[in-house]
Write a protein that binds this ligand. Structure first.
Ligand code: AMP
Ligand code: ZN
Length: 496
C-alpha cells in the first residue's frame, strides 16, 4: 500500500493479526455529495474489500461532519452548516439530517457497505476532554477561541511533504492568512475550539472551558477515530487535499495527545482528484455532478464505480460523459458475458457454493488465483483486476488464452466472483434488466418500446420493410436506438 507519510509502498501488517481498522474522513453534510467525493469513498471501500479478501475482519469508520467545518480548510470563513441553513431557511440540524440521508443513499447505490458513521455532534464531550488534555502544552487562547500551536509538535506537516524550513517559509508567505485571525502565532495554527462572538448565537453551540461555541473541524477526526478504533489504528484515508491541511492537523493533535508517541495511524493513504475540464470538481464552485445526475441521464450508478476502478486511485481521473458511457458499455458486456457463462454452467455448480471452493482448488488454474492476488495486493491495482475478469469472460472467443481454454464455466464464474469481492460491483447478481435505467427526459415507456419492436419483427418476417423502417424511424425519433445484431443480444437502448 502506498503510504503518504513515507511516500513509499509499504507492506501492510495489521496491528492485530486477522483484524484491520480503517478511518476515512467523511462528508460535511451541508450540501449534496458530488461524484468526486464519491470517488474518495469508492477508493476507501475498495481498500476495505482488499483487506477483507486477505482475511482481515475490518472495522471501517466514515464519519459525518455535521458541525465545525468552515468554508476554508485553513480555518477562516463561515461555518458551512450554518451558512447553508440560513440560505435555505432551515435549521442546521435539518440540513445535516437531509444531506446525511442523501449521502447514505449514494453509498448504497455504489455498493459501499459495511462501515460505521459516527456524527461529530455526538462526540462533542470527547472533543472538549481532548482539548483539555492538550490545552496547556500545545494551545493558546485568543479572542476567537482555543488555537493549536503547530510549533509544539515535531515535524508538523511532514505528511504534506514540508520540512521545518519549508514550514517557516510557508508561515511567512502565508502571513495574509494569519491576519484573518488576530493573534495567531503561525499561519498553520488552527482552531480547536471556536468561541461564539459576543452578541451572536449559533444554532450549534456548546459550553466549554473556553466559552460557549463549537469545535474546530480537525479535532473531530482525532476524537472519533480514537473512540471507535483506538490509537494507533491501521489505515487512515481521505482525498489528496487532506494531505495538506486536515491530516497534518489531525496528526499534530494525535501527537500532542499521545505525548508525541505516534501519528494516530500506521499508514496514511490518499486518493487523487476527480477533475473535469474546469479542474477539480468541488462543491464551492457551485456547479457539480451528483450521482443522481448520472442516473437521471440513464446511467447505472455502478457504471460510475466501474469508471473509478478503471483508473488507479492515485491518478487524477478526468470525468467525461464519453468515458462514463464507455464504462457503462463495459459493464453491460460483463453482465451479458457472465449470463452466457451461467447458461453454460451446470445449475448445481452455481447454486452449490460449498462445492465450488474445493473445485477451484483442485483445478490448479495455472496461476490465475495468484495473478488475481498480485493485482489486488499491489496498491489496489483494480484496473488489472478488471482485465483478469475480461480474460475469464472472453475465454470462448479464442482470444489466445490457450492455457485457460479447458477451464469449466463454473470455475470461471468462481474466479470472477472472487475478483468481484474486491471490485464490489456485484457482477454475479446484476442482471441485464437492472442495467436499463430510464433517463428522466425519456418520453417513451419500456412496454411501448417492446410492443413496437415486436410489431417491427412481424413486419420484417412478412418482408414488409417499409413498415419495419417506419417503426425504426419512430423509435429513433423517440430517442431509442435499435441495436440489430448486437453481439451480446442487447436489442435496444434509450439514447443518452
Ligand atoms: P468534503 O465533504 O469536502 O470534506 O470532502 C469529502 C471527501 O471527498 C474528502 O476526502 C475529500 O478529499 C474528497 N474530495 C473532494 N473533492 C474531490 C474530488 N474532486 N475528487 C476526489 N475526491 C474529492
Ligand atoms: Zn478527517
Amino acid at each position: 500500500l502506498f503510504d503518504s507519510l513515507t511516500r513509499s509502498l509499504r507492506r501492510f501488517e495489521p496491528r492485530e493479526a486477522g483484524k484491520a481498522s480503517v478511518y476515512t474522513c467523511g462528508p460535511t453534510v451541508y450540501n449534496y455529495q458530488h461524484i468526486g467525493n464519491m470517488r474518495a469513498y469508492v477508493f476507501a471501500d475498495t481498500l476495505r474489500r482488499v483487506l477483507a479478501y486477505k482475511g482481515c475482519h475490518v472495522t471501517h469508520v466514515i464519519n459525518i461532519t455535521d458541525v465545525g467545518h468552515l468554508t476554508s480548510d485553513a480555518d477562516a470563513g463561515d461555518d458551512k452548516m450554518e451558512k447553508a441553513a440560513s440560505a435555505q431557511g432551515k435549521t442546521a440540524w435539518d440540513i445535516a439530517a437531509f444531506y446525511e440521508a442523501d449521502f447514505k443513499a449514494d453509498l448504497a447505490r455504489l455498493n459501499i457497505t459495511g462501515m460505521q458513521h459516527p456524527r461529530a455532534t455526538d462526540h462533542i464531550d470527547g472533543m472538549i476532554e481532548w482539548a483539555k488534555s492538550i490545552a496547556d502544552k500545545h494551545c493558546y487562547e485568543l479572542e476567537g477561541g482555543l488555537y493549536f500551536d503547530t510549533s509544539t509538535v515535531p515535524n508538523y506537516a511532514a505528511l504534506a511533504g514540508r520540512t521545518k524550513q519549508d514550514q517557516v517559509a510557508f508561515d511567512e508567505s502565508a502571513h495574509m492568512r494569519i491576519s484573518e485571525v488576530e493573534g495567531k502565532r503561525h499561519a498553520a495554527d488552527f482552531a480547536i475550539w471556536r468561541k461564539t462572538p459576543p452578541g451572536e448565537a449559533r444554532q450549534m453551540e456548546w459550553d466549554s472551558p473556553w466559552g460557549r461555541g463549537a469545535p474546530g473541524w480537525h479535532i473531530e477526526c482525532s476524537v472519533m477515530s480514537k473512540a471507535l478504533l483506538d490509537h494507533p489504528f491501521d489505515i487512515h484515508t481521505g482525498g489528496i487535499d487532506h494531505r495538506e491541511i486536515h491530516h497534518p492537523n489531525e496528526i499534530a493533535q494525535n501527537q500532542a495527545h499521545s505525548g508525541c508517541d505516534h501519528s494516530g495511524a500506521t499508514i496514511w493513504m490518499h486518493n487523487n482528484f476527480l477533475i473535469d475540464r474546469r479542474g477539480k470538481m468541488s462543491k464551492s464552485s457551485g456547479e457539480f455532478l451528483r450521482l443522481q445526475t448520472l442516473i437521471d441521464k440513464g446511467f447505472h450508478p455502478l457504471a460510475y464505480r466501474l469508471m473509478c476502478l478503471q483508473a488507479h486511485y492515485r491518478s487524477e481521473m478526468e470525468f467525461t460523459w464519453e468515458g462514463l458511457a464507455a464504462a457503462f458499455v463495459r459493464l453491460k458486456r460483463m453482465v451479458m458475458g457472465i449470463a452466457q457463462l451461467k447458461a453454460q454452467a451446470p445449475a448445481a455448480a452455481i447454486d452449490g457454493r460449498v462445492l465450488l471452493p474445493a473445485m477451484f482448488e483442485r483445478a490448479r488454474l495455472n496461476g490465475l488465483p495468484e495473478g488475481i492476488d498480485k493485482s489486488v495486493i499491489t496498491d489496489l491495482n483494480t484496473a488489472e483486476l478488471l482485465a483478469w475478469i475480461d480474460v475469464f469472460i472472453k475465454l470462448d472467443s479464442k482470444s489466445g488464452q490457450s492455457d485457460f481454454e479447458f477451464i469449466a464455466p463454473e470455475l470461471r464464474l468462481q474466479a470472477i466472483e472472487k475478483a468481484d469481492e474486491v471490485l464490489g460491483i456485484g457482477l454475479l447478481r446484476l442482471k441485464r434488466d437492472d442495467l436499463r435505467i430510464r433517463p428522466v427526459t425519456a418520453q417513451i415507456t419500456e412496454p411501448e418500446i417492446e410492443a413496437l419492436l415486436a410489431h417491427r419483427k412481424e413486419a420484417r418476417a412478412a418482408k414488409d420493410f417499409a413498415t419495419s423502417d417506419r417503426i425504426r424511424d419512430d423509435l429513433i425519433a423517440a430517442g431509442v436506438e435499435v441495436m440489430d445484431g448486437d453481439p451480446l443480444g442487447w436489442d435496444w437502448k434509450l439514447d443518452i
